[in-house]
Design a protein around this ligand. Structure first.
Ligand code: THU
Length: 139
């Protein structure tokens, strides 16, 4: 599961810094669990998101999905990497976010930061080996 991808340290560092900044904007009064994400598009642009919770709990949206939606809303659909910064240990994206990421970038690199400021890089291919995809809608 732990397959390192070819993301240079300085790029990973930039994404982690952007995710950390986005985490400051998290609206997480119910869980108290703040998450930030930063998504790197193929053209070098970085899009960020934080988790946005709601008093009607199930309407909550994760940081990762908010980053994807922000990017797609600005015309980007090709993504290389996403960094996720949360509290404590390295937090992998939830199942819903894996599926949303796979719509645009099935083999995206996923950079996770742990409480010791160490990052590791996984791939979505490993995190979500058999995603549902548009090809199943064709028949
Ligand atoms: N959350 C994220 O933003 N990303 C994840 O990968 C896991 C969970 C958020 C959703 C909710 O606001 C809080 O963390 C607790 O589940």
């Amino acid at each position: 599961m732990d397959i390192p991808q070819d993301i240079p340290d300085d790029i990973a560092g930039q994404l982690i810094a952007a995710a950390r900044e986005a985490r400051e904007f998290a609206h997480a009064p119910y869980s108290g669990f703040r998450v930030g994400a930063a998504l790197l598009a193929k053209d070098g642009a970085i899009f960020t998101g934080c988790n946005v919770e709601n008093s009607s709990y199930s309407l909550t949206c994760c940081a990762e999905r908010n980053a994807v939606f922000a990017a797609v809303g600005e015309g980007r659909r090709d993504f290389i990497a996403i960094a996720i910064v949360a509290d404590g240990e390295a937090v992998p994206p939830c199942g819903a976010c894996r599926q949303v990421l796979s719509e645009f970038a099935p083999d995206i690199s996923v950079i996770l930061l742990d409480r010791h400021e160490q990052h590791r890089i996984l791939t979505l291919t490993n995190l979500l080996p058999e995603p549902f995809s548009a090809r199943y809608l064709k028949d």
